[in-house]
Design a protein around this ligand. Structure first.
Ligand code: ADP
Ligand code: MG
Length: 498
């Protein structure tokens, strides 16, 4: 074929194609548009499906990974970090204890007066401060000096109703929500910064030592008794109020779980058995992944475009940071392929993370006949002014599919922990109760998510076992938890016991 003829053929084919597209567009405008959108929706529903059998496979995989992670370092995607918390609070603790919570741009200092057995928390006071941006990327000394000064200022406001026995040092539990390699209860080196912090010189340093030195520099006499992560703190807070608490799960911006393991079930711990025979394990379960997880093309692209591709896959399908974004990605495809919002794609829809999980929670929660809330969210966030009821209904369905998958998988994860502990069955004559302490904005403020999680756990456990397993909201455990751990590991305990 000569060049001219070939070119003419190409032009001609292109013209035919363009015409075909126009015709298709026109047809789609009427009925085809909805049919295509409906097809995308059904495909999403199928790919996100979490039938009971699949959830059992996920739970089994979670239990297997827990074993593997405990058996050897790097043996699993689950880090299964030893927290060195081997003595959870019982409620009998007494005295004044401090906590410092650093996990984002805000940090919190808190003090509690613990009154022992019946009295529990007699008094608590706290203060929240934000960390100036320049300190998040400056030198370690500047950051820790700033924190130490804030603690000192807070200590100075301690009233007479907080009682420190004479001759004793004040003690503090430090919740530090960045990846740390823990060396003992009160020492750990920083592995890396996240959440906007970047102070190179602090990486590899012992965080407790840095804080202690800073407090010494300003003459503050304070003993850092424990360095903990927020999930471990939540577990301690839950246990303080309820002796049956055996695990804690956080479902907030991210997700994580911690649980109480029998120390002799931890191979690398043998020979170093704590007196209690127990050890709290920080699972870092957000990094769990398994071939049984129902992943969609939306999840795959979200992951690939994320700051940490290939990591935190479980977190990316169940936690608050991502649920809204998954819904946005589905809507994008519907806009592109099914002209879901009409001929033009709403420009705002292209902004990553513009749909936040609280927004999809609000739309999901809308039970009004005309789905008013969905309409106003579409108008306010995506600048889609005139949404039809049909459109709104489909959007609610997308929210439902995405949230349901997250909630059901969270329940499967909890079943995995119960399995690992042999608490997924009832033993003859035994009346053991297992309480899971839950915290985090997603669980607390998204009722459809919360109820689905609770119901799914019941479905998985069956009626009889369900009666002995309770999911309990334990908010603020992460704040007070570190103070409680400082109390249950106080440097003066040995003295008191002997
Ligand atoms: P963090 O996890 O950052 O420590 P929280 O536990 O308070 O903080 O959780 C905050 C997260 O919870 C938000 O990022 C959001 O994803 C989710 N969240 C907050 N409010 C709601 C809500 N009303 N509906 C659904 N999710 C919510
Ligand atoms: Mg939190």
């Amino acid at each position: 074929m000569g060049k001219v003829v070939a070119a003419a053929a190409v032009v001609c084919t292109a013209a035919v194609c363009a015409a075909a597209v126009l015709v298709m567009r026109h047809r789609m405008k009427s009925s085809g548009r909805w049919a295509k959108a409906e097809a995308i929706l059904r495909e999403l529903e199928e790919k996100c499906g979490t039938p009971t059998g699949k959830l059992r496979q996920v739970a089994d995989a979670m239990a297997v990974e827990m074993h593997a992670g405990l058996a050897s370092e790097g043996g699993s995607k689950l880090k299964m970090l030893i927290s060195y918390v081997d003595n959870l609070p019982t409620g009998d603790e007494e005295g004044v204890f401090y906590a410092l919570d650093l996990g984002g741009t805000n940090f919190r200092v808190l003090r509690v007066q613990l009154g022992g057995k019946e009295k529990h928390v007699v008094k608590r006071e706290s203060e929240e401060l934000s960390i100036p941006r320049h300190l998040m990327v400056g030198s370690p000394n500047d950051l820790f000096d700033f924190i130490a000064a804030a603690v000192a200022k807070f200590v100075a406001t301690e009233g007479a109703d907080f009682v420190l026995p004479p001759g004793r040092q004040r003690e503090l539990g430090f919740t530090f929500s960045f990846p740390v390699k823990q060396i003992s209860l009160a020492s750990g080196t920083l592995i890396k910064w996240t959440k906007g912090f970047l102070i190179e010189d602090a990486i590899g340093q012992d965080i407790v030592e840095e804080l202690t030195k800073a407090m010494e520099r300003i003459g503050l006499d304070m003993h850092v008794t424990a360095l903990v992560n927020d999930t471990v703190g939540t577990l301690a807070g839950g246990r303080y109020n309820n002796a049956d608490v055996i695990a804690a799960v956080i479902l907030g911006t991210g997700t994580n779980a911690a649980y109480v393991e029998r120390a002799n079930a931890i191979p690398k711990w043998q020979g170093l058995l704590p007196k209690s025979g127990e050890m709290v394990i920080n699972m870092e379960w957000g990094n769990f992944r398994s071939s049984h997880l129902p992943l969609t093309e939306y999840d795959q692209i979200l992951d690939a475009e994320s700051l940490n591709p290939g990591e935190q896959i479980f977190e990316k399908i169940i936690s608050g940071m991502y649920l809204g974004e998954i819904v946005r990605r589905v809507l994008c495809r519907m806009a592109e392929e099914a002209s879901f919002f009409g001929d033009d794609i709403p420009p705002k829809l292209g902004d990553p993370f513009i749909l936040r999980t609280p927004d999809i929670a609000a739309m999901h929660h809308d039970t009004s006949a005309d789905l008013k809330m969905v309409g106003s969210k579409l108008n306010d966030i995506l600048e889609v002014p005139n949404s039809s009821l049909k459109m709104r209904k489909m959007i609610v369905e997308i929210c439902d599919i995405v949230a349901t998958r997250g909630a059901r998988l969270s329940a499967a994860g909890i079943l995995g922990i119960l399995k690992k502990l042999g608490r997924d069955t009832v033993k003859e004559g035994e009346k053991q109760r297992s309480v899971i302490a839950l915290d985090g904005g997603l669980f607390e403020h998204y009722p459809e998510f919360r109820n689905c999680l609770i119901n799914t756990l019941k479905e998985l456990l069956g009626e009889e076992v369900s009666e002995s397993v309770v999911v309990e909201l334990s908010n603020d455990g992460s704040g007070i938890g570190a103070a409680l751990i400082a109390a249950s590991h106080s440097q003066y305990l040995e003295v008191e016991e002997s």
